[in-house]
Unconditional design. Structure first.
Length: 148
């Protein structure tokens, strides 16, 4: 339950911080340029999301055709989805976080860190029609046990 106060702080504090920053930037460059900046970053991000999402989908298809599990590509898709949602939230901080999630080296670093914190086991087999079936499970590792 220790995460509940942190979550409440984020839910209340993040929008206030976004609003404060938007007001500060608006007083520096004006209201219309600030609105255009927010809309422009959202459009840029959605364009990047579409392009990189299609590339990631193709990589998943290629992995599947080779008989491999596209686990990394699926995890990158989750990070891209979070980035896309952040770009739709109006604000400058959320736009920066969203764009960072769409930047491939940052996205791969997030996935690598995520993988160090969880342990994944994948089991393969065949289904009724002879198709491959995969089952996976994961567990969170304790904070001091990330090197397993």
């Amino acid at each position: 339950m220790r995460s509940l106060p942190l979550f409440a702080l984020l839910v209340l504090g993040f929008p206030l911080l976004e609003l404060y920053l938007l007001i500060k930037v608006g007083t520096l460059i004006g209201a219309l340029p600030t609105v255009m900046l927010v809309v422009g970053t959202a459009l840029l991000g959605l364009t990047l999301l579409r392009r990189q999402g299609l590339q990631n989908y193709r990589r998943m298809q290629q992995c599947t055709m080779r008989g491999e599990v596209p686990a990394l590509e699926m995890m990158e898709s989750v990070v891209m989805l979070v980035g896309g949602v952040m770009l739709l939230v109006p604000g400058l901080i959320s736009d920066v976080v969203g764009l960072l999630c769409l930047f491939p080296p940052v996205r791969r670093a997030i996935v690598a860190r995520w993988l160090r914190r969880v342990q994944v086991h994948v089991y393969g087999g065949t289904g009724r029609s002879g198709s491959r079936v995969y089952d996976a499970e994961y567990r969170n590792l304790p904070p001091d046990d990330h090197r397993r």
